[in-house]
Design a protein around this ligand. Structure first.
Ligand SMILES: Cc1ncc(COP(=O)(O)O)c(C=O)c1O
Length: 490
């Protein structure tokens, strides 16, 4: 194989680990429903919600956790959350219809993202809160409410381009949200449309891992709420969007070692680690490393609810250095959060069957072809590098294969670029045709967000799995409701 294997082992909570310990069930499911196959774990999403909720409790905050539905089309996950006190953040007409149909009432839904008139109409008609992206959108919404005699609509103003006074921490550019520097004409419009639109809060969403950037936006929102109050408006919620992150890898040292070796491979001081010398954003120019590593920071000890906890404890530099949570509490403001990826942490995995294993001359990495397309397992698309788990078909014979191998994982499309991963993957045992590779933690954006039906290949099916009296049960995703077959709450 040449050199020590560079593993990037997935972080597996007890739920997915237990499911992976049932190879017979996983093979039965993939045989019956085809490969690739997505498995979602609805009870896990409820457990993740409880973690977010306990952070609210610790900081004595009221408000709502809205699940960012865009991260997964699953009905099972959405319905499971409808059975809790979570809200839903919907970003399309279809998602809004789905949330209403799953049992979310309008007071538990916020409509965000770019909106067409139909989406705006249904949101206003059903009295869903609308996250307004721009002054134009506010004008459009107000006109719609008047024209159709709809109920007065609750709105959140989504803002962007925050700056902190003093030390300059500029939040990243976004094509969404109204720039804070244009706040005055925006609030003028809010006042003009007061009869049809009720301003209930302000919002931001920043796609960054940086706590400082998010804290700057958070503080910016608190200052905007004060400005609103000085105008006699009464908004009382800060919506801090999503982006709490997920730790995909079990072992930080593996991640450090891998990225060091990848850098060495790009510089040519060790054998290649990727297909065709791909550098994930890095390149060598005359022996010097250039570019930046375009990867998700896959080992993240502080992610999800813990990240929210740290953000809330962060001192507000421009507001006497007091923790953000204390400032919310002092004004009795509600906290809204819209986690997508983080709420789906450990909530699913994707199975792909091994179709072919081809030896290479000179002992290079094996070529492993899977019954799946790269867009069915979109971990790479999101820059997430994590190893799949081999689920042998023949568990009795698998012991003899328990020697590490290096492989390239190819997809099922007749396309050079259909690579499940662009890197050489190290597996603790050699896969054989018929085995399954299980990609852990794909529920957040990596199951269906990018899925296509290219070459008439079907999109993966989805099943929901849960445990009853210690035994794994399953059903098709759209057959799942959060009650047992006896009709009891799950
Ligand atoms: C407005 C808004 N809220 C929430 C989210 C969810 O983000 P994440 O999945 O990173 O938590 C997004 C993602 O695009 C978003 O645009």
């Amino acid at each position: 194989m040449g050199g020590e294997p560079l593993y990037l082992e997935p972080r597996l909570d007890e739920g997915p680990r237990s499911l992976l310990g049932t190879p017979g069930l996983l093979h039965t499911l993939a045989d019956a429903l085809g490969s690739p196959l997505h498995v979602v774990l609805p009870d896990q999403v409820a457990a993740n919600l409880a973690r977010f909720r306990s952070v609210y409790g610790r900081h004595h905050l009221s408000g709502q956790v809205f699940y960012a539905h865009k991260a997964n089309r699953s009905s099972a996950l959405l319905r499971r959350l409808a059975a809790t006190d979570a809200g839903a953040d919907v970003a399309s007409l279809g998602e809004l219809q789905h949330a209403l149909g799953a049992g979310f009432t309008a007071d538990r839904i916020v409509a965000t993202g770019p909106k067409n008139p139909e989406f705006l109409w249904l949101a206003a008609r059903t009295s869903v809160t609308v996250g307004v992206d721009s002054r134009d959108e506010l004008e459009q919404l107000a006109a719609l409410v008047r024209a159709h005699a709809l109920p007065r609509v609750r709105v959140l103003l989504r803002l962007s381009g925050f700056e902190t006074p003093g030390v300059r921490v500029l939040s990243r550019r976004s094509r969404f949200g109204s720039p804070v520097r244009e706040l005055a004409p925006l609030l003028d419009a809010v006042e003009r449309h007061r009869d049809v639109a009720d301003l209930t809060g302000v919002a931001y969403h920043l796609d960054t891992t940086s706590l400082t950037e998010k804290a700057a936006a958070f503080e910016g929102c608190l200052r905007v709420l004060e400005e609103c109050r000085s105008r006699g408006l009464r908004p009382r919620a800060v919506d801090i969007g999503g982006g709490f992150g997920v730790g995909y890898l079990a072992d930080g040292q593996q991640w450090e070692r891998y990225t060091t070796e990848l850098t060495a491979a790009v510089l040519g001081t060790r054998p290649p680690l990727t297909w065709g010398g791909y550098g994930y954003g890095l390149r060598a120019e005359a022996g010097t490393l250039r570019g930046t590593l375009g990867l998700y920071p896959a080992h993240r000890p502080v992610a999800g609810a813990r990240y929210l906890d740290e953000l809330l404890a962060h001192p507000a530099a421009s507001l006497d250095g007091r923790p953000l949570a204390a400032l919310l509490l002092e004004h009795l403001y509600d906290l809204y959060a819209e986690p997508g990826r983080a709420l789906l942490d450990q909530c699913g995995l994707t199975l792909a069957k091994v179709l072919e294993v081809r030896e290479q001359d000179a002992g290079g990495p094996l070529w492993v072809r899977l019954a799946a397309k790269a867009d069915d397992v979109a971990l790479e698309e999101h820059g997430v590098l994590v190893d799949p788990v081999v689920v042998p078909r023949d568990t009795a014979g698998a012991g003899g294969r328990a020697r590490p191998v290096a492989v390239h994982l190819f997809g099922a499309l007749c396309l050079e670029t259909d690579l499940i991963t662009r890197r050489t993957v190290f597996l603790p045992r050699r896969p054989v045709p018929g085995d399954l590779l299980a990609f852990a933690n794909t529920a957040g954006y990596c199951m269906d967000f990018h899925a296509t039906r290219a070459q008439h290949q079907p999109a993966a099916r989805k099943v929901a799995a849960w445990r009853e009296a210690g035994t794994w049960r399953w059903c098709l995703d759209d057959q799942y409701w959060p009650i047992t077959s006896a009709g009891e709450a799950q």
